[in-house]
Design a protein around this ligand. Structure first.
Ligand code: AP5
Ligand code: MG
Ligand code: ZN
Length: 208
């Protein structure tokens, strides 16, 4: 059985960046509610479209994501879960459907998060992340991996970023405290370089 890894962190903490590497290194599935919702932004559901929540930086209703996660985990032989759970009721749901081998929290200060998110550029073809300062592509606006066009996510404007951070504080920090209280949370310094962050994560997982 592959490792079952939960990666927690604020918007911009580097969950996507590290999950991509983890999925390759440990040969597990990258399960991410954010990407799944973006791929189905205009899907009509009983709650409305994902876009109507995401553009404002709000959480989509639990029912929308619980189903996505349950189906994805059922199909996976090991996974890194990124972007879920984001509130206590999702955390309870997760406890009912799976066990976890590691719970990691990427810790980054708020000022740094704002700069990372407003400067992020994403490949419209393959989803690889870049940053206008911290992680520049060889050619401006062009993906190093596939030549696709780099774009800014709709929710990466300063105003929406501030809203996402306040939603995180209110809804997701209690989830982090919940795992801390259970004694399973491992905190990782997310302000190091991506390579250093990855080394720290590997050191934890190789013991798990
Ligand atoms: P989602 O897509 O999950 O967004 P998020 O949690 O806000 O996180 P991000 O993807 O913005 O950041 P990240 O931690 O992945 O950082 P990244 O690696 O890209 O969710 C989007 C929306 O979907 C939500 O607002 C909500 O509406 C909805 N949603 C999703 N899940 C939901 C759920 N469970 N329930 C309800 N609603 C849900 O890095 C960021 C930038 O920093 C990049 O430019 C990168 O190059 C750079 N960077 C990364 N690491 C470093 C480093 N170490 N040093 C310097 N720069 C770095
Ligand atoms: Mg992400
Ligand atoms: Zn690309």
């Amino acid at each position: 059985m592959g490792k079952r890894i939960l990666l927690l962190g604020a918007p911009g903490a580097g969950k996507g960046t590290q999950s991509k590497r983890l999925a390759e290194t440990y040969d597990v599935e990258h399960v991410t509610t954010g990407d799944a919702l973006r791929a189905n932004k205009d899907m009509e559901t009983e709650y409305g479209t994902p876009r109507s929540f995401m553009e404002k930086g709000e959480l989509v209703p639990d029912g929308m994501v619980n189903e996505i996660v349950e189906a994805a985990l059922a199909d996976a032989d090991g996974y890194v879960l990124d972007g879920y759970p984001r509130n206590l009721s999702q955390a309870e749901y997760l406890t009912e459907i799976t066990d976890l081998d590691a719970v990691l929290y990427l810790k980054v200060a708020e000022d740094e998060l704002v700069e990372r998110l407003t400067g992020r550029r994403v490949c419209s073809e393959c989803g690889t992340n870049f940053h206008v300062k911290f992680n520049q592509p060889e050619e401006e606006g062009v993906c190093d991996e596939c030549g696709g066009e780099l774009v800014q996510r709709d929710d990466d404007t300063e105003e929406t970023v501030r809203e996402r951070l306040s939603v995180f504080e209110e809804n997701t920090e209690p989830v982090i405290e919940h795992y801390r209280d259970e004694g399973v949370l491992v905190e990782i310094d997310g302000e190091q370089t991506p390579d250093e962050v990855f080394d720290d994560i590997e050191a934890v997982l190789d013991d798990a």
